[in-house]
Design a binder for this molecule. Structure first.
Ligand code: CTP
Ligand code: CA
Length: 227
């Protein structure tokens, strides 16, 4: 027997969703990034738009088409992603940080291609930490309902709960990225949706289905309904 679908009306509400990787230049031809495909974030954008929300998708470089009805803002670096998010934040009701943001960037980007000839030994890249977009949103003056993701390879729940607490989030989706073929750069996912006082395990399913389940879980909390 299928549970009745909790159809919440997101009409008139605005989501900002970050998706994909960010990319930090080393020199004009090289960068630091990660394997994020953007699929989960794009699926969330599609599901939220389908449920009636206005959706702004702030996306790092991906190979994906823009979902129908979604307004997409393309960025490359973490700084650009933060700026784009801040610009849209005043009108935001729900923020979902799904991007795999590069935690570090190179302290000084070389203006010309780094040449082997100029170095007797491999160059030492000096890294500096990037701003935490999710944390800044959650601690902004009038914070939206803020949802994070936690990509973990060990101690999934404990690590995710720490992030929920530390970043002052309403909800976090804990993602085990240690399993080959799940999570990063794949079509399916399994996860635990955690909030301060609730826990919902989602079995392995497509990112499309998981997006619907996550938007649904947000609706239950946001509209404070019990199902
Ligand atoms: N995030 C962000 N800005 C950053 C780093 C992370 O907005 N500079 C967001 C991600 O989009 C995600 C959440 O924070 O929603 C958690 O990302 P994750 O990489 O799992 O956690 P970190 O806090 O970066 O900690 P660590 O990488 O050390 O596990
Ligand atoms: Ca990180």
């Amino acid at each position: 027997k299928k549970a009745p679908e909790a159809k919440q009306d997101w009409q008139g509400k605005t989501f900002i969703i970050t998706a994909g990787p960010t990319r930090e230049a080393i020199d004009p031809v090289r960068y630091i990034s990660n394997h994020s495909s953007g699929k989960m974030g794009y699926a969330l954008a599609e599901a939220a738009a389908h449920a009636g929300a206005k959706v702004i998708l702030v996306s790092g470089p991906t190979q994906l088409p823009t979902p129908t009805g979604v307004q997409r803002v393309d960025v490359e670096t973490t700084e650009q992603m933060l700026n784009a998010v801040q610009q849209q934040l005043p009108n935001c009701d729900v923020f979902i940080g799904c991007a795999a943001v590069s935690d570090y960037r190179v302290a000084e980007v070389a203006s010309q291609k780094i040449k082997k000839e100029q170095n007797n030994q491999p160059p030492q890249l000096k890294l500096v930490q990037n701003p935490d977009i999710l944390q800044q949103v959650a601690s902004s003056e009038k914070p939206p309902f803020t949802v994070g993701f936690a990509a973990e390879t060990e101690n999934l729940k404990a690590n995710a709960l720490r992030k929920l607490e530390r970043k002052q989030l309403q909800m976090i989706v804990a993602n085990d990225v240690s399993q080959v073929g799940l999570g990063f750069n794949s079509d399916s996912n399994n996860a635990i949706i955690l909030s301060k006082d609730s826990e919902q395990s989602l079995p392995t399913m497509s990112k499309h289905d998981m997006a619907i389940a996550i938007i649904d879980a947000i609706a239950k909390r946001y509209f404070n309904t019990t199902a």
